[in-house]
Unconditional design. Structure first.
Length: 86
């Protein structure tokens, strides 16, 4: 069973009422095999959409706006930005 750890909390509405995921034209795809859980992406994500679930990170695409900051900050190149399909 996965448990969300308090170390990387996910901010929920009403803190962020706008569903910023609708702004996205590219999406971050996280390679959980390469990720060492350093949490730099969590620190830098301006929308708090990186959350830790069990021993892995997940991105909340409902709120991720596709800015790419997480991808640029990850030192292990675990996060690839890919075009959204329309
Ligand atoms: S910055 Fe990269 S290595 Fe660190 S937690 Fe995020 S995805 Fe994993
Ligand atoms: S693309 Fe931007 S909003 Fe989405 S998870 Fe990465 S840093 Fe956060």
């Amino acid at each position: 069973m996965h448990k969300e750890l308090p170390l990387a909390p996910h901010l929920k509405t009403p803190n962020r009422p706008a569903k910023t995921g609708t702004w996205r034209s590219v999406r971050p795809v996280l390679d959980t095999e390469r990720c060492n859980l350093c949490l730099l992406c969590w620190v830098y994500c301006p929308d708090g959409t990186v959350k830790r679930v069990g021993e892995k990170l997940e991105i909340d695409y409902e709120y991720c706006k596709g800015c790419g900051i997480c991808s640029r900050e990850c030192k292990r190149n675990c996060i690839t930005m890919v075009e959204e399909e329309v």
